[in-house]
Structures are given as structure tokens and as C-alpha cells.
Write a protein that binds this ligand. Structure first.
Ligand code: HMG
Ligand code: MG
Length: 305
């Protein structure tokens, strides 16, 4: 049976965009639920400046309290050397560095030009690898920038190339503001796959315009077998206006398993996690599969819809 590796980014990408700050213990319980549902690859938090992302200011505390289980790997975003030093003091297994393919989003998000960012990330990757840590790379605004509009594939390729040169094991291609459509995904991947092997690229699709799932499908058809998603469909970058949630893990799992592609994730158990987060946050989460699962579940007497 073909397989897809799902990278669950809800605890990081999902919660960073929520106005409500969840207590560390609630986040720990979410991780526990994700593991029980079969999720193995969990992006748990970020060691960014807590003033920039207050929702993840508890990174150290959370990292130290995450449940451990066979085969489960936790990752955290690390923007610079200071973030790396913080991360290295915790049991997080691996890191992710990130930058944008477009200048303006890069500056708004991490306060540097793209060229100023490269040496910062280079140092992070080198030091992390010396300490035996694998590092993933993210490229944001691959399919469009909220400030500049179109982004050229040549610019995306240049940023990917620099990340691989630094020694990241994989680059995740971010449709940060969910503007991509299937034909564009196909064309961009066709170009990138001439330069980089499919097993070193991942797809990271946000669903602002309802195209994330179909974009993930096209990426899979093009040979990409690592896809990022977020429980319940939470997510977004606070420094990318208009960005909304990632493709929902439930929707992705439903589609893939239905197509005979194994994800290792138990949909019912995952829906229980997202249902508890929905209750906690107090609004309907975007995942369609979650909502249909909840709607068809027998209700207890007196339970609210
Ligand atoms: P800066 O203000 O330029 O930092 O922020 P600085 O290097 O000038 O340092 C200023 C002060 O911040 C210093 O403290 C540093 O020590 C401190 P002082 O000496 O003044 O007391 N500092 C830190 N403190 C804690 N942790 C750190 C850290 N770094 C410096 N890591 C910085 C630069 C990168 C830190 C800031 O811009 C930042 O934190 N940005 C993060 C924004 C972010 O998290 N965005 C969302 C994640 S990216 C995303 O969602 C996209 C993705 O999902 C893919 C996609 O969808 O496209 C990955
Ligand atoms: Mg994202």
C-alpha cells in the first residue's frame, strides 16, 4: 500500500494563529491525543521571540513535558542562534528553519532581508547538526506573497538550493496565504522536481481559498509523499494578512485512506482530539470531515450541537 508521511503542524502553525492562548497542559494533552491517534511527526512549538508569537511563549515548558512514545518525533521552529540555544536545552528531537521566497514577507516575519537571513540559518543548521539534530527547511510564499503578489519559481528554487546547501534534510514548500491552485502547483513542482528529488520536498498548503486539499492531491500525483497538515484545520501566519488554516489533517487522512494511501492515522481518534480543541476554543474548526463526524455522532441527552 502506498504511504504518505503526514507532518502534524497544528500545535505550532495552528496555535500560533489563535487569539486565545492555550495553557501548556492543554497542549500536552493534545500531543497525547495525537500520538494515540497514530500521529508520529509532530511540530510542537517555536523558539521564536515570545513578543512576536505570544501563543508559543511556553516553548521550553511544553517541550519538557511532551509525552514520549516509540517512533514519535517532535520538531520546533528555530529562527536564529538565540532560538537554537533555547531549543538545545530541551528534549525536542529536531528543528525547522524558515524563510520566505519573497522579500517583504520575509522582512515582516523575521525582520531581515532574504540575503541577511541565509547566514543566520546557516549557523543554526551547522550548530544543530553538530549536536546531532536534523533540520527541516521551510520556504514560505512559494505560490504568492501577501505583499508582493507573484513569486517566481526561480526565486523559490534559489532559496531551496541554499537551504539544501546548508544541510537541511527536506524543504517544505509553503503556500502561506492559500493562493495556489492545482495547475500552479503542478507547474511549480514540475520545475522544482527537475532540481530536487521528490523525497526531499514536502507540501504545506493553507486553505484560505478552499484549494488546499486539491493542491495536496496534485502534489501527491507529482510524487510528493510528505504533506503538512493541522488538526481541525487550524493555522496561519500572523505576519501574512489573510492567511488562514492549514489543510485539515482529518480531511487529508480521509481523502488519502479512501484512495488506498496509508497514513497510519486513526480518523476517529483524531476527531476526538480536534473536537476537544473546538470545545476549548469555542468556535467551529474548519475541517469538513471533523464537522461531518461530529454531526453524525450520537448525541448525549442535553448535549449542545
Ligand atoms: P528581532 O527583533 O529582529 O531580533 O526579531 P534581534 O536578533 O534583533 O534581537 C532582539 C531581541 O530579541 C534580543 O533581546 C534578542 O536576544 C531577542 P535583547 O538583547 O534586546 O534583550 N531574541 C530572542 N528571544 C527569544 N527567542 C529568540 C530570539 N531571537 C532574538 N529566538 C526574530 C527576529 C526572528 C526573533 C523575530 O522576528 C521572530 O521571532 N519572528 C518569528 C515570527 C514567526 O514565528 N512567524 C510564524 C512562523 S513562520 C510560518 O508560520 C510559515 C510556515 O508555517 C510555512 C508557511 O506557511 O509558509 C513555517
Ligand atoms: Mg504555515
Amino acid at each position: 500500500m502506498p504511504e504518505v508521511r503526514i507532518v502534524e503542524v497544528g500545535l505550532r502553525d495552528g496555535l500560533q494563529n489563535e487569539s486565545a492562548i492555550l495553557p501548556t497542559e492543554v497542549k500536552r494533552k493534545i500531543a497525547e491525543g495525537l500520538i494515540a491517534a497514530g500521529v508520529r511527526d509532530i511540530e510542537a512549538t517555536s523558539f521564536v521571540h515570545p513578543r512576536w508569537i505570544p501563543q508559543l511563549a511556553d516553548a521550553e515548558e511544553l517541550a519538557g513535558s511532551l509525552p514520549r512514545a516509540e517512533g514519535v518525533r517532535y520538531r520546533a521552529l528555530v529562527p536564529n542562534r538565540k532560538g537554537l540555544e533555547r531549543a538545545l536545552d530541551t528534549p525536542i528531537d529536531e528543528y525547522a528553519v524558515f524563510l520566505s521566497a519573497s522579500e517583504t514577507h520575509n522582512r515582516k516575519n523575521i525582520n531581515k532581508s532574504i540575503d541577511e537571513t541565509f547566514p543566520v540559518l546557516e549557523e543554526v543548521v551547522q550548530l544543530a547538526r553538530e549536536r546531532g539534530k536534523r533540520v527541516r527547511g521551510y520556504v514560505s510564499t512559494v505560490f504568492g506573497c501577501p505583499y508582493e503578489g507573484e513569486v517566481s519559481v526561480a526565486q523559490v528554487a534559489k532559496v531551496c538550493d541554499r537551504l539544501f546547501e546548508m544541510g537541511v534534510y527536506e524543504v517544505s514548500l509553503g503556500d502561506t496565504i492559500g493562493v495556489a491552485h492545482p495547475r500552479q502547483v503542478k507547474e511549480v513542482l514540475q520545475d522544482l522536481l527537475r532540481l530536487f528529488p521528490a523525497d526531499r520536498l514536502a507540501g504545506h498548503f493553507h486553505d484560505t481559498r478552499g484549494t488546499a486539499l486539491v493542491n495536496a492531491y496534485v502534489a501527491l500525483e507529482m510524487g510528493i509523499t510528505t504533506l503538512d497538515s493541522s488538526f481541525g484545520g487550524l493555522g496561519g501566519c500572523p505576519y501574512a494578512p489573510g492567511a488562514s488554516g492549514n489543510v485539515a489533517t482529518e480531511d487529508l487522512v480521509y481523502m488519502l485512506e479512501g484512495m488506498g494511501v496509508s497514513t497510519g492515522i486513526d480518523l476517529e481518534a483524531l476527531c476526538r482530539v480536534s473536537a476537544s480543541v473546538q470545545e476549548r476554543i469555542g468556535r467551529r474548526l474548519p475541517s469538513k470531515v471533523l464537522q461531518s463526524t461530529l454531526a453524525s455522532r450520537p448525541r448525549k441527552r442535553g448535549e449542545k450541537e
